[in-house]
Every structure is written in structure tokens, then in C-alpha cells.
Design a protein around this ligand. Structure first.
Ligand SMILES: NC(=O)C1=CN([C@@H]2O[C@H](COP(=O)(O)OP(=O)(O)OC[C@H]3O[C@@H](n4cnc5c(N)ncnc54)[C@H](O)[C@@H]3O)[C@@H](O)[C@H]2O)[C@@H](O)CC1
Ligand SMILES: Nc1ncnc2c1ncn2[C@@H]1O[C@H](COP(=O)(O)OP(=O)(O)O)[C@@H](O)[C@H]1O
Length: 458
């Protein structure tokens, strides 16, 4: 914690929360605080205190504010401040109806980062009284597991979460990330420990993207090779190559049954030879085992996708990135797909440890775990649900392969690749449908639009 009295931190948090609520009300067509009806659901902890002090600020600005206390031990200073500002306080978890006629916003101050997963019956009942009203959560949506992003039992589903100091794992990791709604960060001067879960931002990706040295040539920039596709899935080869062949690596090699097609559509692409990284498995069908065996024998870092994941028996002895979706990871570690989707952090970490590889678990919030438990897990926040389209994972494998060949560490290649892939999908989609080919075509434009950094030479 910073050297500030606890009360000062709470005042800062409450002020940040109140102004975020005012903006939220404006977005929803209310003029702001004045005349708005605000219900505070107040638990016994500091989270409830934040809500009460924020409620006091809103009440002073003309909002009709009612606090519904869910415990006998609500924050005393906060209760007094709300009363002094003209707000009403209802105890016993039951609204007096003082904001009746339609609640414009419910503020979830039930529990914060100290809360256990699930909601108590009184909290569930209080939420039910305001069903249908928009919800702003204080710090975290109550009821989710803050440290893992898992949900177990009932929880709040917020439209907006206003958090303090730093994002918490539950804001980034599904399923809790979905329950957080939009997340706004308020800096209140907290001095925080290093996070266990993080997400890259545009500046981070800009610093990681490989840029040609002034005297670089195609071999110093890195050569990526792909052994992907099959007679069954020639398209997977074309798509993986399109992800690799965006100009990020110095050269792209392709080996496989789709070679004629690949070269016809990508005259830059050459055949077998040395590479600094190999991508295997996408659409490989029956060729998945041999593709993996050839690539492994090369001794260079690998991206292992789709069908080659089934060929894995244990650690490979070379740096590797595994890129399963939830169905593929479930098959790999013999778990239920629904369990993997419910606990992506847990299972990505488990597989990373078991296979001594970076594991990139694809989904709405792609989750990237390192075999080194001290390395924070990275969660990707770019993208759009339009990206859920056949072949987009093949594009991602190729893109990550090119970053790996260019010299990025596996965790950086995987997370920067996921970031660029999601951003390319958003750009190509522009709010409408997108194909996997369209995603690949948008990658160079995303790289051009990254913030400027001083050139990195390797
Ligand atoms: N144009 C092409 O040639 C394409 C080829 N593809 C190739 O087709 C083969 C089969 O790929 P599939 O991904 O369909 O795998 P599977 O058909 O092997 O799917 C395995 C299981 O995972 C589940 N699953 C699929 N996608 C999921 C997701 N995003 N999240 C959670 N669960 C999911 C499925 O329901 C299934 O139970 C692979 O070789 C793949 O590379 C696909 O990438 C699509 C495009
Ligand atoms: N709901 C979603 N929102 C955003 N991105 C998604 C969503 N569902 C899937 N994706 C992304 O789409 C891609 C799908 O890859 P994958 O499942 O391997 O498909 P395919 O095998 O057809 O190529 C991944 O990058 C994944 O993260």
C-alpha cells in the first residue's frame, strides 16, 4: 500500500467510482447524477464503504440514492456520509422503495477482492429486487473468484466494473471477465505487488514486434517453416501460410501436400530447408505425427497446432508453443471440455507444466501460460466474436511461427501474436463479418498502426 491513510484511499476510490457512474448514467441517456435513481447494495467490507461514499457524492449532485445494507456491520463513516448528503439507508437487505419508479443504476458494493465465490441468500434477494436495472460493480463483480476468474455459484453480472489500482485476474479471465462487463481502471495511488495475470497493451506489442535491422537481410530476420495442411485440409495450409507470410519473418518455407496451391497463391514461399521455427499440425490430418517428428528433429522452436497436439506424449525437449482451443486441450489432458472452459487459467497452467511448453488456450479471452510458474499468465483482450470463424486459428499459428522465427521468446511470440491477430480481426471486421483470410490480410495494417517505438536491432 502507498503511504496514505486508509480513509484517503477510500475517498479516492469513491470519487473515481462516483464520476464513472455519472459518465455511465450519461451514456444511458440520463443527464448525469441530477434526478437519477441510484440503489447501493452494501456489504460489510470496504467495498460497501466505497459504494456509500460514492453514493454520498452522487446524492450531493442531486441523485436520489438509497443504500440497501446487507449486513449489520456496514461501514459507519460511509453510512453517516450518505445520510448527511441526503441519501436514505435501508437495513435488513430490503429496499424501502425510495428509488422506486425505475432504478437507473444499481451499485454492487456487496463484496470486493476479499470475497469468497458465490453470493449469500440476502445478496441474491437484494439483486432480485432490482432485476433488469443496469449494474455497476465496485472493484469486482461480487461472487466471482477474483484470483482465478472462475465462477462457482451465483454472482453479479455487471455492465461496468470500476476497479482500483490495477486489473485483477477476474477482469481478464473468462468466465468472470464476461461478468465484469466493461472495466474501468481508477488510479488511487496504490503500491501494488507484481501481478500473476497480465495483458499486453499496444505499447507492449509495439516494443515486441520484430523490425528489420538497417543492415538486416532475409536470413537474419528469421525463416519460418510450416508443415501443415493435407489432402483433406489444403485450405488450412493456405491459411497458416497467410498468417506467416505477412512480412514479419525474412522468409517462409512450406512443406506438404498443398505445396502447389501454396506457391500459386504465395509466390514468396519456398520449399524445405533450414528454419528458425516450425509450425505443425493445422489441418495436418494423418500427417500430423510425421510433421511433428520432422520439426522436432530440427531442434528449433515449434508451434504445435490442431492435429499435431494429438501426437504429443510429453515434453518435446525444444522450446514449443501449443495452440489448442478448449476442445483440443481437453482431449490433450483428458479432461472435460466444459471444465477447461470453466477454468482456463488452471488448465492452461497445468498443460504448460506437463508439456514444458507455452500453452496458448484459444477462446474469447485467449490465455497464455508459461512452463515457468513465476512468469505471469497473459490474457489477450483484443478481438471480436466475429473471429470465431473456421481457419482463423490456422492463421494465428502461422503468425506466431513468424514471430518465433524472428527471435521472440515463446511467451512473447504467443502473446504478441494473439494480440495482433485479435486486432487484425477487429480492423477487418469493422463491426461486421470477417473471414480467416481477411484477418491475415489486415495484419500489416495493424502493425503500421502500432505506437512508435525506437527501432530494435537484433
Ligand atoms: N480451411 C481448412 O482447411 C480448415 C481446417 N481446419 C482443420 O480442421 C481440423 C479439425 O479442427 P477442429 O478445430 O474442427 O477440431 P475438432 O473437430 O477435432 O474438434 C475437437 C473438439 O473440439 C470442439 N471444439 C472445436 N472448436 C472449439 C472451440 N473453439 N472451443 C471449444 N471447443 C471447440 C469440437 O466441438 C470437438 O468436440 C484441424 O486439422 C484444423 O486445423 C480448421 O482449422 C478449419 C479450417
Ligand atoms: N467468441 C470469441 N471471441 C473472440 N475470439 C474468438 C471467439 N471464439 C474463438 N475466437 C478466436 O478465434 C480463433 C479460432 O481458432 P480455432 O478454434 O483454432 O479455429 P480453427 O480451427 O477453425 O482455425 C482463435 O484465435 C480464438 O481465440
Amino acid at each position: 500500500m502507498a503511504d496514505l491513510p486508509e480513509g484517503a484511499l477510500m475517498q479516492r476510490a469513491a470519487a473515481g467510482l462516483a464520476y464513472a457512474i455519472i459518465d455511465f448514467l450519461r451514456e444511458r441517456g440520463r443527464g448525469g447524477a441530477y434526478g437519477s435513481r441510484v440503489a447501493l447494495l452494501v456489504g460489510s467490507g470496504d467495498n460497501g464503504g466505497d459504494a456509500l461514499y460514492a453514493g454520498a457524492i452522487l446524492a450531493r449532485r442531486g441523485a436520489r440514492v438509497e443504500a440497501v445494507l446487507l449486513s449489520d456491520r456496514a461501514h459507519e463513516g460511509g453510512v453517516a456520509a450518505l445520510r448527511a448528503a441526503g441519501g436514505t439507508v435501508a437495513s435488513g437487505g430490503v429496499s424501502t422503495g425510495s428509488t422506486s419508479g425505475g432504478t437507473d443504476v444499481v451499485v454492487d458494493g456487496i463484496v470486493g477482492i476479499g470475497g469468497k465465490p458465490g453470493l449469500r441468500a440476502e445478496a441474491e434477494a437484494a439483486l432480485a429486487m432490482f432485476e433488469g436495472a443496469p449494474v455497476v460493480s465496485v472493484d469486482t463483480p461480487s461472487g466471482v473468484c477474483v484470483d482465478t476468474g472462475e465462477v462457482d455459484g451465483s454472482h453479479v453480472s455487471a455492465d461496468l466494473t470500476v476497479t482500483f489500482g490495477t486489473y485483477k485476474p477476474c477482469h481478464l479471465l473468462d468466465p468472470a471477465a464476461s461478468a465484469s462487463g466493461r472495466v474501468e481502471l481508477v488510479d488511487i495511488g496504490l503500491d501494488l505487488p507484481a501481478p500473476s495475470v497480465e495483458s499486453l497493451e499496444a505499447e507492449d506489442v509495439a516494443a515486441l514486434v520484430p523490425r528489420p535491422a538497417p543492415d538486416g537481410h532475409k536470413y537474419t530476420r528469421g525463416v519460418v517453416g510450416l508443415r501443415v495442411g493435407s489432402a483433406t485440409y489444403p485450405g488450412a495450409a493456405l491459411l497458416a501460410v497467410s498468417g506467416a507470410n505477412t512480412g514479419l519473418a525474412g522468409m517462409v518455407r512450406y512443406v506438404g501436400t498443398a505445396a502447389e496451391w501454396v506457391k500459386r497463391h504465395n509466390p514468396e514461399v519456398v520449399g524445405d530447408g533450414q528454419a528458425q521455427a516450425w509450425v505443425v499440425g493445422s489441418g495436418s490430418a494423418d500427417g500430423a505425427n510425421s510433421a511433428l517428428a520432422f520439426a522436432r528433429a530440427s531442434g528449433v522452436p515449434l508451434v504445435i497446432d490442431a492435429d499435431s497436439l494429438r501426437a504429443l506424449t510429453g515434453p518435446l525437449g525444444v522450446p514449443a508453443i501449443l495452440t489448442p482451443h478448449a476442445g483440443e486441450l481437453a482431449a490433450l489432458i483428458r479432461e472435460d471440455r466444459a471444465d477447461v472452459e470453466a477454468r482456463p487459467l488452471h488448465y492452461a497452467r497445468l498443460a504448460a507444466k506437463r508439456y514444458h511448453a507455452v500453452v496458448l488456450l484459444k477462446g474469447r479471452r485467449t490465455t497464455i501460460a508459461s512452463p515457468d510458474p513465476a512468469t505471469p499468465v497473459r490474457v489477450n483482450t483484443t478481438g471480436t466474436s466475429w473471429l470465431a470463424t473456421a481457419g482463423s486459428g490456422d492463421v494465428l499459428g502461422g503468425l506466431i511461427g513468424s514471430l518465433l522465427a524472428a527471435g521472440l521468446a515463446p511467451i512473447d511470440a504467443a502473446s504478441a501474436g494473439a494480440w495482433l491477430h485479435g486486432a487484425a480481426a477487429t480492423l477487418a471486421s469493422a463491426g461486421g463479418p470477417v473471414t480467416a483470410s481477411g484477418v491475415a490480410s489486415a495484419i500489416p495494417a495493424v502493425i503500421r498502426s502500432l505506437p512508435a517505438v525506437s527501432p530494435r536491432s537484433r
